[in-house]
Design a protein around this ligand. Structure first.
Ligand code: 48F
Length: 257
């Protein structure tokens, strides 16, 4: 095996890791959250050629996919959203008319690979804790390493600019909640998700996907949380279609569609 000394390992990581981060300080689109909606949005936006970065606070992607339903390692997906999984090579098992079953590990891996292969970059272990807001427009995010946040250290964050920010943070709609808390004059509120109604929720999560403030978009469960839609549990068609819809809306807004 080729002998690689510690100094080479360290300098390679510091040098190329810094280059990666410098490149992220200005993007076309920043997506917060690498769950199903964020990964799908990232794939379709990056495919248009827009410079796309997904920021995820954990050291892994997939969000709520991994937990399946009560930790059973399967998720349900319905027509027509199964096509989004088929496109990235997820093997689907038919269950009943219009309903398919997918393995959670395979879904996570292939959605993430789909986003990365389309050109989206994923920054793991980084927490979005604030937004850049200029003249009532969201112009980027403020980021801190999750480890620093967990340790409660007082360390100033860094800011990453973008032409659009998409909140794909799931049930707490964290980015919109931050915008609401820190900028009450913008008049945005997070209504909170309602109790379960899977049929309605799946339809509404797609309908509720869209722009909530100039420069700030919401998709996935965060859209339901912001606008008071119901929850749906471990059925994922709505998440996938919401990610695809926000990608189309943002790409059109940024004039690449
Ligand atoms: O929760 P999550 O999977 O959101 P989603 O894409 O999908 C929801 C479903 O998984 C499921 C459901 C059934 O369909 O309701 O819950 O709407 O993924 C959200 C990701 O965002 C990350 C979080 O770690 C997770 O991986 N995240 C949340 N807040 C932040 C964040 C933040 N402030 N900064 C960075 N990442």
């Amino acid at each position: 095996m080729f002998p690689v000394e510690e100094s080479v390992i360290s300098s390679a990581i510091i040098e190329r890791g810094s280059k990666f981060l410098v490149d992220l300080v200005k993007s076309d689109v920043i997506i917060v959250g690498a769950g199903p909606s964020g990964l799908v949005a990232g794939r379709y936006i990056a495919k248009t050629g827009l410079k796309t970065c997904i920021i995820e606070r954990r050291l892994s992607f997939g969000g709520g996919i991994g937990g399946g339903g009560m930790l059973f390692p399967r998720i349900v997906v319905q027509e027509p959203a199964q096509e989004i999984l088929e496109e990235v090579g997820v093997k689907l098992e038919p269950y009943s008319k219009g309903v398919w079953i997918a393995d959670v590990a395979e879904t996570i891996a292939k959605l993430a690979a789909g986003a990365i292969d389309s050109g989206a970059r994923i920054l793991l272990g980084a927490n979005v804790e604030d937004l850049i807001v200029r003249n009532s427009r969201v112009c980027g995010v403020v980021v801190q390493w999750s480890a620093v946040t967990s340790a409660g250290l007082h360390v100033d964050p860094l800011a990453f600019e973008s032409r659009a920010v998409i909140d794909c943070t799931g049930h707490n709609a964290e980015v919109v909640a931050i915008a609401a808390r820190k900028n009450p004059e913008l008049g945005i509120r997070v209504l909170g998700e309602h109790s379960m109604d899977a049929v309605r929720a799946e339809k509404e999560v797609v309908e509720l996907t869209g722009e909530v403030l100039p420069g700030l978009w919401v998709a996935g469960m965060a859209a339901a949380a912001v606008r008071g839609g119901p929850r749906m549990g471990p059925i994922f068609g709505g998440m996938l279609l919401s990610g695809k819809k926000v990608a189309e809306l943002v790409s059109r807004e940024l004039e690449v569609l």
